[in-house]
Design a protein. Structure first.
Length: 129
């Protein structure tokens, strides 16, 4: 009698399906957290440039006795690949600088402001909404 011994190599379909399900569950948990961390890191651009606008506006005011709405006039160069759009408006004798961007392609626009007192505020947070 000849007995055939089959050496089992590879994985069964059930084993492969279990691995795919486990990877799917891990991805479902990890991707939203990764996206939130990415959006939060993009917000650091707005904070940095708004603080630069504040400093340059204060310097411009010391030299000219007025604030300016022109970023080039105060010496702020916004990078061409900036995530946010920046604007300065005059409010009474002060100013309000605003940074706006849609960071994660939803309906919420992330909005940061800084005023002439140096108060940096996230008025609309695109990360938590």
């Amino acid at each position: 009698m000849f007995s055939k011994f089959h050496s089992r190599k590879g994985f069964t379909l059930i084993e492969l399906m279990i691995v795919v399900v486990i990877i799917g569950i891990l991805a479902a948990l990890a991707i939203p957290r990764f996206m939130q961390a990415t959006v939060k890191s993009r917000q650091s651009e707005a904070k940095g440039i708004l603080k630069q606008i504040y400093t340059m506006e204060r310097t411009f005011r010391q030299e000219n006795n007025v604030y300016s709405v022109d970023l080039n006039a105060i010496g702020v160069q916004v990078p061409a690949n900036a995530q946010y759009a920046y604007a300065v408006t005059l409010v009474g004798v002060g100013f309000l600088a605003t940074a706006t961007a849609n960071l994660d392609d939803d309906a919420t626009i992330d909005t940061w402001t800084i005023d002439d007192a140096g108060t940096l505020t996230n008025t609309i947070n695109d990360v938590t909404t």
